[in-house]
Every structure is written in structure tokens, then in C-alpha cells.
Design a protein around this ligand. Sequence first.
Ligand SMILES: [Zn+2]
Length: 428
Amino acid sequence: MSEDTLDKQIDDILEALRDTEGKDVGREELEKELKKFLEYGVPPDHAKQTLVKKFGGAAQAAPSMERSLVVDLAPNQQSVHLLCRVVSVNPREIQVKGEARQIFYGILGDESGTIQFTAWKDFELEKGSVIDIMNAYTKEWQGSVKVNFGDRTRIKTVDASELPEVSTEPRSYKVKELRGGLSSVEVTARILEITERSVESSGQQKTVFSGVLGDETGKAQFTAWHDFKLKKGAVVKISGGYVKAWKGIPQLTFDEKATVEKLDASKIPPEDITAQRVSLSELVERNGALDVTVEGTVIEIRQGSGVVQRCPQCNRVLQQGACSVHGAVDGHKDLRMKLVVDDGAGAVSAILGKELTEQLLGKTMDEVQADGVVEEMHRLLFGHRISLQGNALGDQFGVTLIARQVTPADFNVAAEAERLSRELEALV
Ligand SMILES: [Zn+2]
């Protein structure tokens, strides 16, 4: 055993003893003891465990020092030891108890494969570096295992030669699994919408193809920087793309380095691609999604709901008769609703425009009394369950669903009574 490796073993033991109130043990003493074990032919891991126990580390709590391969990771493992290359790392702002906090997410890889990770604080991870990770833990999310780095996690950057280059063989994902930061992605999906536009890129005109694709698990946007002759309705296998996200909406991006294989269109029938129903906690975790259906209880009618005036030039909502960009203008009237819906496990904001608001109120904008409409919204909706469909945009303040459809999910007595009496009136 080389001095280097011996040093590392001693680091491991000291790490395991860090939080124990056992005997104070010095490096030299540990080295002497460890060497003795090793000379007797005790396997290094066994020797380490024995020494941890000897110097007061809890026998059970001794971290597993054996390195795991990412391919072997199972959900809910504690004290995981990994040696990985940082394939990608991205910061993200989240709100924890009302305070902005920066976390990091990305992909780790070792010789067995790649896995997504979340670092709950800044470990100063750098793309491409090889790191030795102690005391990570795993969670399951949507059927796949994710690695987490928390307060107990210790990360050391090691020489890049300790790990062979990570395999970049594309890995297959379902559309709803696409997340910003993924690379070497393989997706089989139906092209639902496609448009082309011309952009200037490094002084050259280029045609870019973008649109929406989907499979039975969800929809995502895509951008192709090469003409793969994609057609609306085609079912294709795209290998070698990467994923960017804007406001939580994933966008599969691929260029001439990717391969696109045309498959039989019956492989994903169009009727299999519908707005996916997701729980609010899932939506919050994903921090956005394209065309989803959610259901929850209205717990708040937010400020800004009701009759508003919009700027005729930019459509911004006026504050005291003035647009923040165009100053005092003659606004045009609009009606909208900003709700907070909650399903017990998560909460999101939702914005409903004029038509949906009229639909829920059971009256047109012109019939609405500007003064009392917020109270009316409160009376009709507060505490009631509604189902909403639309695009969910995420930012550091949370997720906002821009509703395209709304359906009361419980029987809304007041609205129904109102609607019936109006119908009766019309008959008289
Ligand atoms: Zn304006």
C-alpha cells in the first residue's frame, strides 16, 4: 500500500470519528495502528471499521467507507461514498422559509454511469473535476435515484486520473424526466408542433427548428440547430441532445452531433399525449412544466385580482393610472384572477385571464361590479377545489401556472345556483 493510499485511509477514519466524543486520537497513532493491521493482512476496510470502533465511533454509525458505483445506488441510502466526475453543475435559487437560498444541481458520473445530484450548499463543485464524496445520501424521485449532498457530506477534489473519462453514451429518458442540465440524452417522442426561423449565429444566417414534442409522460419544448427534416406528427428517436430549462420548462436542444431516427408513427399515438396530471408537490419540485393539469384547493385570492386597467401599448397592468414604462395612459379594462392553490403537499400560484375568470364567476366583465368582485371571487372559490390546465413557469419565488382551462373540481354550489338563476331569467 502506498503512502498516499494510507493517508487517505487515515483521513477516512478521522472523518468517521469527527463527530464522536471518544478518545482524542492523533494521526501518528492511527497510522501506527492501521499499519499493524495491514501488516497482519487485515483487509483495509475491515481495519478501518475496527479502528473507528476502537476510538469511540459508534459501531452502527460508522459510515460505509466502501465506495459505491452510481449504478448500484438504491433509494434512501445514508453515508454513501462515491468517486465521481462532475459532468455538469448548475446553480439554482430556491425559497426556504421565505429566504432565498442557492442550491446546485447537475450530473455526476463514474465508470458505471451517470446520476443526477442536488447539493444543498455550495461545495464549489467544478465541471470536469473528479471528487471523492463521503456521507452523501440518496432519495428516489419519479422512479429514479438521486444523490444529495447535505450538511454531513464531505467532498474532496482528487486528481482527475483517479477516474477514467465518464462514458457519454446517451441515456434514455421519458419526456417528463427531462431537466435543465442533462446531457447525452436520448428521447423517443412525437413532434407535436414545429416552426422554423432564421437566426444569426457567429455572423452567419442559420435556420433553427423549434417546437413541442411529447410522449405518454408529458410535453417539452425542443430546438434543433440542424435540419433533421422533422415533420409535425413524426415519431423520432433523438440521441445526443442536451436539456436547457427556461422558467422550469425543459427544452431539449440538439445539433448536427445528434442522431435522429425516424420511427413508425404508431409507436406513440397522438391520443396518448395529453396534458399530464401532476401533483402540486411534483410541480414545485420540477419548478415548472409544459402543459400540465393540477388540482388543488383555493387558499388565497391574491392582490391584483379583479378588474384592472392595462396599458394600450405594452399590456402591463396600470398602477394608479400609470404604466411603469409608458407613464400616464388611457388604460383598457381587463379582468383577471390570481389564486394560490394548495393540495396539502404543495402550493402554486395560478393566473386566470378574463375568459376563465368570467367562466368561474358566471358573468361577463361588463356585468362585474369592480368594487365587490374580489369578495365575490372569495365567496365563490375560497376553500373550493379546482382543476387547472396550462403551462407552469418556475422562478425563485415559486411556480405560477398560466391557466388555459379551469374546472371546478368540487360542486360549487354558489356558482351553480347563480348560473341556474341566470338561465331561468333568460327563459322568463
Ligand atoms: Zn406600457
